[in-house]
Design a protein around this ligand. Structure first.
Ligand code: M6R
Length: 608
């Protein structure tokens, strides 16, 4: 969603701001802009649409200055036009503001400011902040921002500059992530570490309620009463290459191909094959606490919700503990049954998804312990959960989640293994599961080595207007995930369904125009799936099957087949999801879609 970048130092600000905006493009946006202090004047450049348009406007009329802020906007209040693009200026053009989040009392503040003569130039909630800071300014920008924040209700990551108090950027965080980057005689602010990684790895993650003042030679963190706070300096440990395409046509393809390594990284130092268990240092759950769990709720959104469904089946099968999976957006608004013996597992690649974060807070409020499965280090969910398992999949830039999904399933498998062994799973069964986990990286590589086969299948079906994905048991969530991948990047309508449930409605859709993808590895429900394949064939559907061995029962029924290696039933989703990621990718590319930045989507959904 929206992205914030700011620079203060001795070098020209524009290149830093533009590079930061480029690095945040993957998050999804529909307009962009910058504001730079050029001597005593604040100069803004804004453009609707892609950053290239902003770059063109800067090339035509460059802006000098060593202090500046920039923003990519994903429209919420008002359409994605230039007048609604950030930064927003105060009425007297002395204050510029960029903002992520939503100011809930913007209408009331707007009316009050209009009554005192302020004229608004945009439809955004953010503009009230610029006018408020102007109104409250009395010599110190941080004091004016703090006074303005006291009047604001809602969520914000904010960066503010003013020509009346030039050598500083004032930033504030409540419910929307911000970090400070520490350089040599220069400082950065960003909502996403990737925006500044090329310049520094030393960062301070701000907490909700923090206000910070950045100057070229230092920074101060304050609370809302302007009292100084101490925040620790962290080090970002990924390489720049992790956020670059490295020879791949798209980030999504790179991330699909990284999965042998990312799955390995999720397991590294955690899987203990010889004891048939796992070691998870960060979960902060004692033996007694693990034994005391009565029920588990897993909450998440989108792809992370699909991995939760797989986790449910793993935990119930091996630990015999009841598990419920909840859409985070629904969980927070109903009256769930949660006790102090409930474990709430929260899954999020970004660690910033607003609904997931709110669901976690709700579960905590109701007395549950929370366990976060998060990829982005230092993200809000990772900082607020009671314990966690980092995925260690590295930055995921493609909007369509791929490597995070397989790492989530692996992290769930590691947790299941640990809990199951505590709760009575035999060493022998634990070792069998652990050995199967250990074999996954090489098996994923075997799938990737045959990516061309999937590309060929994609060419056959790239013009299909609809797709149906069917699977049973632990592979029903894989069908959902395959359908989600296809629809989000190719814009083909696709539905995932439990294969047998098809008879209760979707079967009406099947004719010779309908491709049906069966996720059909040789598992406990394979024979049942064959019956469903026959039902589709009888209605002339085009069948693409993901199988794991030469199946005589499928001969003559399947039009296209892709074979995955065999593994234990509960881990088949990891191998079966990879060809479906490739299928979605190749279809989208062949249709000329913008794979890494699909329309209307944001990488991290930080609004409700
Ligand atoms: O960062 P999160 O895992 O919390 O994100 C959840 C969903 O927004 C995300 O998985 C979304 O569905 C992706 N576009 C899927 O590819």
């Amino acid at each position: 969603m929206c992205g914030i970048i700011g620079y203060i130092g001795s070098k020209p600000a524009t290149p830093f701001l533009m590079e930061g905006l480029r690095r945040m493009e993957y998050r999804g946006y529909d307009s962009a802009g910058i504001a730079i202090l050029d001597g005593a004047t604040l100069v803004t450049r804004r453009a609707a649409g892609k950053i290239a348009k902003l770059e063109a406007s800067l090339a035509a009329a460059p802006v000098a200055g060593h202090v500046g802020i920039g923003h990519t906007r994903w429209a919420t209040h008002g359409p994605p036009t230039e007048r609604n693009a950030h930064p927003h200026l105060s009425a007297d053009d002395t204050v510029a503001v960029v903002h992520n989040g939503i100011i809930e009392n913007a209408n009331a503040l707007r009316t009050a400011l209009q009554d005192t003569g302020y004229v608004f130039r945009s439809d955004t909630d953010t503009e009230v902040v610029a006018h408020l800071v102007q109104e409250l300014f009395d010599g110190s920008l941080e004091e004016a921002v703090i006074m303005a924040l006291r009047k604001i209700e809602g969520t914000y990551g904010l960066a503010v500059v003013s020509s009346r108090d030039p050598g500083k950027i004032v930033v504030a965080r409540k419910g929307s992530p911000l970090l400070i980057g520490i350089g040599e005689h220069e400082h950065f602010v960003a909502s996403d570490a990737s925006a500044i990684l090329a310049h520094t790895r030393q960062v301070v993650y701000l907490d909700d309620g923090d206000v910070a003042v950045l100057e070229a030679d230092g920074y101060r963190v304050l609370d809302i009463d302007a009292l100084p706070l101490t925040r620790k300096v962290d080090k970002i440990d990924w390489e720049l290459g992790a956020i670059e395409r490295g020879g791949f046509a798209h980030f999504m393809l790179k991330e699909i191909f990284e999965q042998p390594q990312t799955v390995e990284n999720t397991m590294r130092g955690r899987l203990i094959v010889e004891d048939g268990t796992s070691k998870l240092g960060g979960i902060n759950l004692t033996h007694d606490q693990l034994m005391a769990i009565d029920n588990i709720i897993i909450t998440a959104c989108g792809t992370s919700w699909h991995s939760a469904l797989i986790g449910e089946m793993m935990i119930e099968e091996l630990c015999r503990i009841p598990v419920e999976v909840e859409y985070a957006s629904e969980f927070r608004y109903r009256n769930p049954i949660v006790t102090d013996r409930t474990l709430c597992i929260v899954i999020s690649q970004s660690g910033e998804t607003a609904d997931t974060l709110a669901a976690m807070r709700e579960a905590k409020r109701r007395g549950a312990r929370t366990l976060g499965l998060v990829n982005v280090v230092g993200s809000t969910i990772a900082r607020e959960d009671d314990g966690g398992i980092y995925l260690h999949a590295g930055p995921e830039i493609g909007v369509a989640s791929t490597k995070a999904f397989t790492s989530q399933v692996v992290a769930l498998a590691l947790f299941t293994l640990k809990l199951a062994r505590k709760r009575g799973l035999s060493v022998t069964r634990g070792m069998e599961f652990a050995q199967a986990l250990a074999a996954l990286p090489a098996q994923i590589q075997q799938v990737l080595d045959r990516a061309e086969q999937v590309e060929h299948i994609a060419a056959e079906f790239k013009r299909a207007p609809n797709f149906l994905y069917l699977g049973r048991g632990v592979n029903f969530p894989v069908a959902l995930e395959g359908a989600l991948k296809l629809k989000e990047i190719s814009y083909i309508h696709a539905e995932g369904y439990p294969a047998a449930e098809m008879k209760h409605g979707p079967i009406a859709l099947i004719d010779e125009m309908m491709p049906v993808v069966f996720v059909a590895p040789h598992d406990a429900v394979f024979d049942k799936v064959v019956s469903n394949v026959q039902e589709v064939k009888a209605r002339k559907g085009n069948i693409i099957a993901i199988t794991s061995r030469d199946e005589p029962a499928l001969q003559g029924l399947v039009d296209y087949e892709f074979r995955i290696p065999e593994t234990v039933d509960l881990l088949t989703p990891i191998l079966a999801s990879v060809p479906l990621q490739l299928l979605a990718y190749y279809i989208a590319v062949q249709r000329g879609a913008n794979v890494d930045q699909p329309r209307n989507l944001a990488k991290s959904v930080t609004v409700e």
